[in-house]
Structure formats: structure tokens, C-alpha cells
Design a protein around this ligand. Structure first.
Ligand SMILES: Nc1nc2c(c(=O)[nH]1)N[C@H]1C(S)=C(S)[C@@H](COP(=O)(O)O)O[C@H]1N2
Ligand SMILES: [Mo]
Length: 202
């Protein structure tokens, strides 16, 4: 993972602006809509695991118990849904993807997050390192509610919220970008809210 330059990614993030309302968005205030493409899956902690697979020298797997023992971070971020609501100052707790990805060797450039229920979403690898993405299992001081992605979801707040895959179970690393669920259905391959990349071609 040494090829990802911290300085470069950090500057670029700062350029996007860490707060404020991206173009075309409105502040939903205290609301927190549930947006799911299908039914809410229910996975017990005994069955749950998180795996990093694909183009890796050896795959990594964390049981729920192992995941709980990893170093954790509290994160306060603004989130931006492509349906135009934004929510300021949401508070989460979870494990940085830096911590999870540190356990594998890879020369991949892309991740495809996969989930219980079959949802997927694609993200460049450089967008989920350097403190920009987490697997979170707590929201607002409580265990993450099932409808919001519990037991655990991805949190990638600098991209539209569809990239924050609920019920996430792992990452598939690849040298080629495979479009995920919404990306296949015409949403933007990258999804930067600050550049209003809602749909393919934006
Ligand atoms: N597994 C899964 N993750 C998902 C979705 C989904 O349908 N399934 N919807 C996405 C979309 S479009 C958005 S806006 C957010 C919504 O998260 P919320 O329901 O917690 O507000 O989850 C994203 N992650
Ligand atoms: Mo969304």
C-alpha cells in the first residue's frame, strides 16, 4: 500500500471542502431517511465476517469478535445522498479501512464492496485509504440499527452516500473497475457530490 501518497490524497480532500452543502443538495436537519434497494437482511454476529479478497497475496478475514478488537475511531462527518438530502455532523464509530487493508498486500487499484443481500458498490482504492473510509458499527452512540446497515456498514462520506454500503461483508480488490449495483443502473462511476456526479456522464 506504500504507493498511495498521503500528501497527495490529503491535499485533494482539502480542495473539496470538508463542510458545507454540495451543489443541488438540501439540509435534512434531524431526519435520517432509510434508503434500501431491497429488504433488510438480518445476519447474526456468529455468522458475520468481513473478508478482503480478490487480487491480494492472501485474503484477510475478520470474525465479529476479531473486528471488535481492532483499533477504533470516532468519526463526525457530513453525508450526502444522491436523492439530494445532506445531513451534517453525523457521528459514527468503527474501524478505519486503513487498519483493515494494512493486513493485505495488493497492487489493485479498485475495490468492490459486497454486502448481505447482494448489493455492491465500486470505489477506487485510493479513496478508501488515508483516513477517508471506515467500516462502522455504531451511530450516534448506539449500535448501528439494521435499517441503517447494522451490524456494520461502509462509511465513505466524501462520495455520495450510495457508496456507503450497508450490511457490508467485505471488499473485493481488483486492477480493473467493476461497476456496482447503482453504477450498473446508470449512476456515476465515481460519485463526487462536490462535482455533482450523480449519473453516468455528469
Ligand atoms: N446494502 C445496501 N447498501 C446501501 C443501499 C442499499 O440499498 N443496500 N443504499 C445506498 C443508498 S442509495 C443510500 S443513500 C444509503 C442510505 O443509507 P441509510 O438508509 O442509512 O440512510 O445507503 C446506501 N447503501
Ligand atoms: Mo442514495
Amino acid at each position: 500500500m506504500g504507493f498511495v501518497s498521503r500528501g497527495f490524497v490529503g491535499r485533494r480532500e482539502a480542495d473539496h471542502g470538508a463542510s458545507g452543502l454540495p451543489p443541488g443538495q438540501y439540509d435534512i436537519g434531524g431526519g435520517f431517511p432509510v434508503l434500501s434497494a431491497g429488504p433488510t437482511p438480518r445476519t447474526s454476529m456468529e455468522e458475520w465476517d468481513f473478508t478482503i479478497t480478490g487480487e491480494v497475496s492472501a485474503r484477510a478475514r475478520f470474525t465479529w469478535q476479531e473486528f471488535q478488537q481492532l483499533p477504533r475511531e470516532d468519526v463526525t462527518v457530513d453525508i450526502h445522498c444522491v436523492t439530494k438530502w445532506s445531513k451534517f455532523g453525523t457521528t459514527w464509530s468503527g474501524v478505519s479501512l486503513d487498519t483493515l487493508l494494512d493486513t493485505v498486500e495488493t497492487s489493485a487499484d479498485y475495490v468492490l464492496a459486497f454486502c448481505d443481500g447482494g448489493y455492491t458498490t465500486n470505489i477506487p482504492l485510493e479513496d478508501v485509504v488515508d483516513g477517508r473510509a471506515w467500516v462502522v458499527d455504531r451511530y450516534d452512540g448506539e449500535p448501528l440499527a439494521a435499517e441503517h446497515g447494522g451490524p456494520a456498514r461502509l462509511l465513505v462520506p466524501h462520495l455520495y452516500f450510495w457508496k456507503s454500503a450497508k450490511w457490508v461483508r467485505g471488499l473485493q480488490l481488483s486492477s480493473t473497475e467493476e461497476p456496482g449495483f447503482w453504477e450498473t443502473l446508470g449512476y456515476h462511476i465515481y460519485g463526487d457530490p462536490w462535482r455533482e456526479q450523480r449519473y453516468a456522464g455528469d
